[in-house]
Design a protein around this ligand. Sequence first.
Ligand code: THU
Length: 148
Amino acid sequence: MTSLINPEELLDKALRASHQAYAPYSQFHVGAALLFDDGTVVTGCNFENASYGLSLCAETNAIVDANHRGLRSGLVAVAVHGGPLQNGKISPNAHAITPCGRCRQMINEVAQLGNTDPQVYCGHEGGYTQYSLSALLPAAFGPANLDN
Ligand code: THU
């Protein structure tokens, strides 16, 4: 566990991922970085669609990428960084954003499969706000509920 990266490093990876965002409709660029207990980091960015409603969030895309790599447990932290694009950069005044409801549920799937309660670091200029997933999604419905 000692080799795991710190929140600032994970947020930096999320910020870098946001540079790959495809968000021509909202101009709101988001990156996410998932940290697993073996030190693996999986990133994602939002990918919008001309039909608007089909747009996919950064966190969801990162979770799907992790699944593709066989990573469905051991999720210890999630970093999210995003904001409106101004002059080609995410606005330095951007407030921290928390994962949307759908993304909380997506993150919860992997969290429950591995019996972890990931820390969620929501970045903003000069710092971050930290939550546990269980605080963002209390009394969550998950895979265990299907086992009855
Ligand atoms: N978005 C994310 O990727 N993650 C979040 O946590 C919040 C919102 C995206 C969706 C859409 O492409 C854009 O940001 C504006 O809502």
